[in-house]
Design a protein around this ligand. Sequence first.
Ligand SMILES: Nc1nc2c(c(=O)[nH]1)N[C@H]1C(S)=C(S)[C@@H](COP(=O)(O)O)O[C@H]1N2
Ligand SMILES: [Mo]
Length: 182
Amino acid sequence: MRLSRLVLPLTILAALVVAPGVASGQEPAAGTAPAAAAQPRVKPSLRIIGAVTARRDLSLTDLRALPQQTQTVTYAASGTPVTATFTGPSLTDVLASAGLRTDPAVKNDSLRFAVLAIASDGYQAVVSAGEVDPGFGGTQSLVALTQDGTPLAQPRLTVPGDAKGGRYVSDLATLRVYDLGR
Ligand SMILES: Nc1nc2c(c(=O)[nH]1)N[C@H]1C(S)=C(S)[C@@H](COP(=O)(O)O)O[C@H]1N2
Ligand SMILES: [Mo]
């Protein structure tokens, strides 16, 4: 039997072991994220999917191996100003490791792209490729790995310049890349 024929049954078997509630057809309560998404992840990692040249599953070690940036930002959380220092790779570098599926023959192709940051609690926010591009918005978004010197269990998106903290997505699990023109 070829290896590829084994992968799907093994994946289903793993899903049955890891998420018996899901396998038995239990529905999450209305208005909440699926139960499986709220579980602590066995191996913290950041998944990059969508309009990329290669899907990636980056471990914290992979993310630490990229050039690290530091920034101090202020944003309002429920009306109260928060000032925090974050370190981690730039969103641009993280996305480059998967490669946006752009077409160099199309003028400013990347300006059609956007990234949906999805947290493990189901919280989501979008950042466009143009706003983080140094030649356009120039927002230095990070995939932060530490906050005020403390390592984060899961990465956190930063969006310096945002007045409110809503796009500082904590417990980042997935970056889903969209080409909105297709
Ligand atoms: N995963 C996740 N990230 C999140 C949120 C959330 O509910 N879930 N709330 C956002 C909102 S609305 C704000 S204001 C900030 C609060 O950031 P703080 O925890 O540093 O105060 O986190 C943001 N990131
Ligand atoms: Mo908020």
